[in-house]
Each structure stands twice: as structure tokens, then as C-alpha cells.
Design a protein around this ligand. Structure first.
Ligand SMILES: CC/C=C\C/C=C\C/C=C\C/C=C/C(=O)SCCNC(=O)CCNC(=O)[C@H](O)C(C)(C)COP(=O)(O)OP(=O)(O)OC[C@H]1O[C@@H](n2cnc3c(N)ncnc32)[C@H](O)[C@@H]1OP(=O)(O)O
Ligand code: FAD
Length: 616
């Protein structure tokens, strides 16, 4: 599987190169890499072994290396003359980067770094493509000068001979084993023993080690985390894509499959006529759209921040970090749960490999873990919200994506309930700010009682997580509202199209309201009649969107090769394709399976003989 994936990945990478040259000659924009990776990944159901090379290795060289280092390594990596990965996670540590054990000791006598993974737990473990594909990697290690720890640093390390692909002396490298999915990616392990690299193999755009061993600290240590921010932005877009693919499959299947009359004596309807089926499928279509728009916003913000960082302006890093964390978490959680809901909406056939929903789930699910485990990132955002709440208390302005927190903090109570979109959006924001205030009271009380920040974060973790989750909901819903109601190009839309978008906004806001009704009722009084009115509107908007469901998913424009699903094929010949796939199964090559003579027949005969004996 790995070799097939590499073959496909190389073919697709070549295609990508020609597309880039045609549509984005010499451009550094992220989209070609993203589209390239998406295209390659989508065409390789077992995952793209070049993903981390495209998304992390090449970018780390460009963003963390000096111009000279880019000339020496980056250009060859961009041109796919060398293939690398990003080796940060270890067998013993993934989240807690300060606990990483791999070390780089500077030898000023030879102006080299001596790299070691001192224990088994120090082995790099997980990097994509590390097992067999890559001949280089970015090796993340704790930097030591005269045995004094200086923090994390990144090193360009060649791990295999460029001609023979043999692991180099001092390198122990291989595949970590079968996974739930992505088995074409050859995630690998890497051990280094007294492996020497020249001083100039340490990426030194932001921090330097001079020949005599003097260390020049980075102006902002967090800029070394930038490669992770980029992939978190990618995940937001990639996972909204996975959800859109699954929604397309389930929607098409739901208008082909007929089951169970709604009125006695009537013919069996398409299953999408059942209201409960509409509630399983249509909100997922809308969620895919909502996150795709949010991810596009985030991508633009990433581009702007990356250019600023290149100019040594680090001012926007904190906001990008907060948004990249919350969107990576929200998109990966909601897409993973949404794809499983869509699989279940397809009944038994949803469980068939031919439907491809299982594989889409297996591609989407690990995004809840890699690039920052989701609950750790929720806590990251929770910590940032605590800092911002202190700013609110001090009367200071907040970053634009958190401005609503300031506005809501000035409200002494929630205004009269109207049920309008603005009211629903404000309710989610108001509940978020209420949760932040409660979390801060707990957190601050702990800090005041002399608990350390990390301990206070841990013991306030549940409330911090809730506040972070609601912040994500507020941001995503607010972005969708702005795009539908206040977009500058709204007047270029046909009235029919605008109506469909407004129906999607109505559904999203009401769905989020009901998902967080408990959180909202803690801070806002809403009567039973007002809640029942929203229930009616939910049922109504599902009915309104039902006729548009197929058109919206067709507009995602996935061709059959990308969906790779007998349930979601464009021509709708589901049963014929399911049967065609079944007949291809190896067990159908013979009428009598080999195991009959070898196992089944003797087993049944033995039971029959025993039965006869027991009768005697
Ligand atoms: C298109 C296809 C897309 C995707 C699929 C295809 C390919 C990719 C597939 C897989 C690739 C996977 C790669 C990986 O998984 S790479 C390894 C990823 N590992 C992590 O993300 C580690 C997660 N851990 C953390 O982030 C750590 O907790 C942290 C680095 C945050 C450090 O925590 P620590 O406790 O040491 O410090 P904190 O106090 O939490 O933070 C200090 C300070 O720094 C700020 N901060 C933290 N992170 C960032 C950041 N990324 N950017 C900017 N700023 C950051 C934090 O807010 C604190 O600030 P302050 O409070 O002001 O001091
Ligand atoms: C498919 C896939 C591809 C990957 N690709 C790469 C790659 O290319 N390069 C790379 O370097 N890494 C890669 N990784 C590794 C990934 O980055 C780590 O798995 C991830 O960072 C989580 O770390 P961990 O696995 O050590 O889990 P841990 O950090 O051990 O987490 C285990 C549990 O402990 C909890 N926990 C940990 N810390 C805290 C805390 N401070 N507070 C509360 N709870 C906490 C977590 O929430 C989680 O529930 C990949 C992983 C996967 C699954």
C-alpha cells in the first residue's frame, strides 16, 4: 500500500507542479500546496505520504531557515529533489514540547551539532513519510550549549543516502505499524546516535548559534511553533472538505434509496423525505459550508501573518494562534462526528467499504489528534481567553476576533428575546462571555490562592474548555452571519441564491442554539413558547432546504473519482455499483470457498457424528 501511495503521490505531485506553473508561476501562495495536497490526498484513499513534505518540511525550510539555508535545502525540497518530513513528536512526548528528549549538543571545536535520541522514549515517532519515503527531515530537539538547555531548535537532517536510500550511519529508521486509516502514509520512527550535522544545519532565521557557541535567542520563541499553525489552518479546510464529501455521498444516497411509506398505502418515499433523515443530513451539508468559509478566512489571516512575520512583525501571531487552534478543534471534531452521523444515515450500505464513508472517517478522525490534540488546544484557547478577560477588566481593547467579548461584557442583562438571527448570534456570544466570566472566577481564585498557572489551568480545565468551545461557536457563527447578511458581494447574488444562503444561516444558528441550549439558559431567560417557536422554525427550514440539498452538494463539485463511493456516484446507479463491487470480492472468485473442505465440512461432520452418538 505504501509503495502504491508513493507512486500515485509522485504522479499527482508532477501534475501539481505543472498546475502551479500554469496558474501560480513561482507563487508562494499556500493554495497550490494545499490544493496539491488535497488533490493528491483525495486521489489516494490510503493517504498521501508526501503530505508532511508539502505542508511542513518545505514550509519550515522557507519560514524558519535563513535565505542561505533556503538556497541550500529549501529550493531542492520545493522542487521535490529531496523529500522530507517534520520530526517533532516522540514515542514519549507529543503535546508537552518542553518535555521532548531528543537533544542537540553544540561542539564548538568542529562547529557541529551532535544529535541524539538518548532513550527509547526519545525516538521520533509518527512523522508522516518518515518510515520509508523521506531521505531528509526537520529534526526538532532541545538545544544544549555547554550542557545548558536553550530551548527547542530545528535541524535539517539527512537520514537516507540520496542514491541508494539506505539509512545513513547513526540512523535507525522505520515504519511504526498499521493504523486505523492513512496506511499509505508510512508514519515512521527515527533514532539518532551521535549523529553529527554542521552548525548551519540548524534553522537560524529566528534564533542563532554563532561559531564560538554564543546563542542568540529568538525575539519571539513562539515563532518556532509556526509550522504547526500552518497545518492547523490546513486541517480546518481539509476536514471541512472531508465533511462535504461525506455529505455529498449521504445526500445522493438519500434521494436514491426509498424506504417506509410516510402515509399508509402510499409508495415508499426517498428516505430524505423523512424529517429525521433531513435532520441527519442537511445540517451536515450546512456545517461543511460554514467551516469552509471560516477556513478560507483563516487562510487569508495566515497569509497576512506569515508575511508580517517575514518582516519581523510578530504582533498578529497570538490572534492567529488562538483562531488556528479553535478552528482546527471545531472543524476536526464536528467533521469527525458529522461523517459518522452521515454514515449511519445510509443504513447498512453505509458500513460497506464500497460506500467509502468509513475511509473518509478514518482520514478525518486523526485530525482531532495530530497538530495538537484537541483538548490540549481547547485549554490553549481557554488560557488565552483568561488573559483577554483580564484585559477586559482592565478596560483594554481586545483582538478583533474577540471584540464581541468586550461588547457582551458591558451588557448588564440580555435584551428582550426576539428570536432573530442577530438575537440568536448574540445569545451564543453572551453565553460564551458568561462562561468566560465563570471560568475566570474559578481560575483567578486558584491563582490568588497561590496555585501555579499550569495547576490553575488544570483544575479549571472543564470550565476553560467550555469557554473555548463557545468561543469557537461564536466565531464560526459570526463569520457565517457576516458572509450571508453583510457580505459586500451580496447584491451580486440572485434572490434565489441569497434565499438558500439565508435558509442555511437560519438552520446553522438554530442548530447551534439547540446544541448549547443548556449553556445559554444559564445566562438568558427564554420561555417555553420562545423555544417551541424555534423548534417549529427548525422543522420548517429543513423542509425549505430539502429541495436544494442535492444542488448544494453538487456545487461542492467532487467528481466520482474523488468520492470513490458506490452510494454517492453522480449517475445514481447505487445498487448496480454495490453489486459490481461485491462481485469483485476475492471470495466470489470460486463458487465453493477453499475453507469448506479444509474446515467447515469436517466441523459440520464432526457435529453430526457427535449428535448421532448422543442418540445411541
Ligand atoms: C491539507 C491537508 C491538511 C492536513 C492533513 C495532512 C497532513 C498533515 C498530517 C499530519 C501532520 C501532523 C504533524 C504533527 O502533528 S506535528 C506535531 C504537532 N504537535 C503539536 O501541535 C504539539 C502540541 N503542543 C503544544 O502546542 C504545546 O502545548 C505548546 C507548544 C503550546 C507549548 O505548551 P507550553 O505549556 O510549553 O507553553 P504554553 O504556556 O502553553 O505556551 C507558551 C506561550 O506560547 C504561546 N503559544 C503556544 N503555541 C503557540 C503557537 N503555535 N503560535 C503562537 N503562540 C503560541 C501561548 O499562547 C503562550 O503564550 P503566552 O501565554 O503569551 O506566554
Ligand atoms: C495520523 C497522525 C499523523 C501525525 N503526524 C505527525 C508528524 O508528521 N510529525 C509529528 O511530529 N507528529 C505527528 N503526529 C503526532 C501528533 O502530533 C501527536 O500524536 C499529538 O501531538 C498528540 O501527542 P501524543 O500522541 O503524545 O498524545 P499525548 O500528549 O500523550 O495526549 C494523550 C492524552 O493526554 C492528554 N493531555 C496531554 N497533555 C495534556 C495537558 N497539558 N492537559 C490536559 N490533557 C493533556 C491529551 O489531551 C490526550 O487526551 C501525528 C499523529 C497522527 C495520529
Amino acid at each position: 500500500m505504501a509503495s502504491m501511495s508513493v507512486k500515485h503521490a509522485i504522479a499527482a505531485a508532477k501534475k501539481l507542479r505543472s498546475l502551479q506553473e500554469r496558474f501560480n508561476p513561482g507563487g508562494s501562495d499556500i493554495y497550490p500546496a494545499l490544493m496539491g495536497d488535497e488533490a493528491i490526498t483525495a486521489l489516494i484513499p490510503s493517504g498521501n505520504p508526501l503530505s508532511v513534505h508539502i505542508l511542513m518540511f518545505t514550509r519550515a525550510l522557507r519560514e524558519q531557515g535563513t535565505d542561505e539555508q533556503y538556497e541550500k535545502f529549501g529550493r531542492r525540497a520545493d522542487n521535490n529533489e529531496i523529500i522530507g518530513t517534520f520530526a517533532q513528536t516522540e514515542l514519549g512526548h507529543g503535546t508537552y514540547l518542553r518535555g521532548l528528549e531528543a537533544r542537540a549538543d553544540y561542539d564548538r571545536g568542529t562547529e557541529e551539532f551532535v544529535l541524539n535520541t538518548p532513550k527509547l522514549s526519545s525516538y521520533k515517532w509518527w512523522p508522516g513519510g518518515l518510515g520509508q519515503t523521506c531521505n531528509y527531515c526537520i529534526f526538532v530537539a532541545q538545544l544544549y550549549i555547554d550542557n545548558e538547555a536553550k530551548g527547542m531548535a530545528m535541524f535539517v537532517v539527512q537520514i537516507r543516502d540520496e542514491e541508494t536510500h539506505m539509512p545513513l550511519p547513526g540512523v535507525h529508521v522505520g515504519e511504526i505499524g498499521k493504523k486505523m486509516g492513512l496506511n499509505g502514509v508510512n508514519n515512521g520512527f527515527l533514532g539518532l546516535k551521535d549523529y553529527r550535522v554542521p552548525r548551519l544545519n540548524m534553522l537560524m532565521r529566528h534564533q542563532q548559534v554563532l561559531p564560538d557557541g554564543r546563542f542568540v535567542k529568538s525575539p519571539v520563541s513562539q515563532v518556532s511553533y509556526f509550522p504547526m499553525v500552518f497545518v492547523r489552518c490546513m486541517v480546518a479546510r481539509q476536514n471541512s472538505n472531508y465533511l462535504a464529501q461525506a455529505a455529498t455521498i449521504a445526500t445522493r444516497y438519500s434521494v436514491i434509496r426509498r424506504q417506509s411509506p410516510i402515509e399508509e398505502g402510499q409508495p415508499e418515499p426517498k428516505i430524505l423525505e423523512h424529517l429525521t433523515q433531513q435532520m441527519k443530513v442537511i445540517p451536515e451539508i450546512v456545517t461543511a459550508v460554514v467551516y469552509r468559509l471560516a477556513a478560507a478566512n483563516l487562510q487569508n489571516m495566515y497569509n497576512e501573518t506569515a508575511e508580517a512575520v517575514y518582516r519581523k512583525d510578530f504582533s498578529r501571531l497570538p490572534e492567529l494562534h488562538a483562531l488556528a487552534c479553535i478552528l482546527k478543534v471545531a472543524t476536526s471534531y464536528d467533521s469527525t462526528y458529522g461523517i459518522e452521523r452521515l454514515r449511519q444515515a445510509c443504513g447498512g450500505h453505509g458500513y460497506l467499504t464500497a460506500g467509502n464513508l468509513g475511509n473518509i472517517f478514518a482520514m478525518a478522525a486523526p485530525a482531532c489528534t495530530y497538530e495538537g490534540e484537541n483538548s490540549v488546544l481547547y485549554l490553549q484557547v481557554g488560557k488565552i481567553l483568561m488573559k483577554n478577560w483580564s484585559q477586559v477588566l482592565a478596560g483594554r481593547e481586545l483582538m478583533p476576533s474577540m471584540a464581541y467579548i468586550s461588547e457582551c461584557s458591558k451588557m448588564t442583562s440580555f435584551p428582550q428575546w426576539t428570536g432573530s438571527w442577530e438575537c440568536l448570534l448574540k445569545a451564543i456570544q453572551y453565553a460564551c462571555v458568561g462562561s468566560i466570566r465563570l471560568a475566570f472566577q474559578s481560575y483567578n481564585a486558584r491563582v490568588q490562592s497561590a496555585q501555579s498557572q499550569t495547576a490553575a489551568v488544570n483544575y479549571s480545565g472543564l470550565e476553560l474548555t467550555k469557554a473555548a468551545e463557545l468561543h469557537g461557536r461564536s466565531y464560526v457563527a459570526g463569520n457565517f452571519y457576516q458572509q450571508i447578511v453583510n457580505s459586500p458581494n451580496k447584491h451580486q447574488r440572485s434572490p434565489q441564491f441569497q434565499k438558500v444562503l439565508e435558509n442555511m444561516l437560519e438552520l446553522h444558528l438554530i442548530q447551534i442554539f439547540f446544541r448549547h441550549l443548556g449553556d445559554i439558559l444559564r445566562f438568558i431567560r427564554i420561555t417555553e413558547d420562545e423555544i417551541s417557536a424555534l423548534q417549529r422554525r427548525l422543522e420548517e427550514v429543513l423542509k425549505e432546504l430539502r429541495p436544494d440539498a442535492v444542488a448544494i452538494t453538487d456545487a461542492f463539485d467532487f467528481n466520482d473519482k474523488i468520492l470513490s463511493s458506490a452510494l454517492g456516484c453522480y449517475d445514481g446507479n447505487v445498487y448496480e455499483r454495490l453489486f459490481e463491487a461485491a462481485l469483485k470480492h476475492p471470495l466470489n472468485r470460486k463458487s465453493v470457498p477453499d475453507f469448506f473442505e479444509a474446515h467447515l465440512k469436517p466441523f459440520m461432520k464432526e457435529n453430526a457424528d457427535n449428535a448421532k452418538k448422543s442418540k445411541l
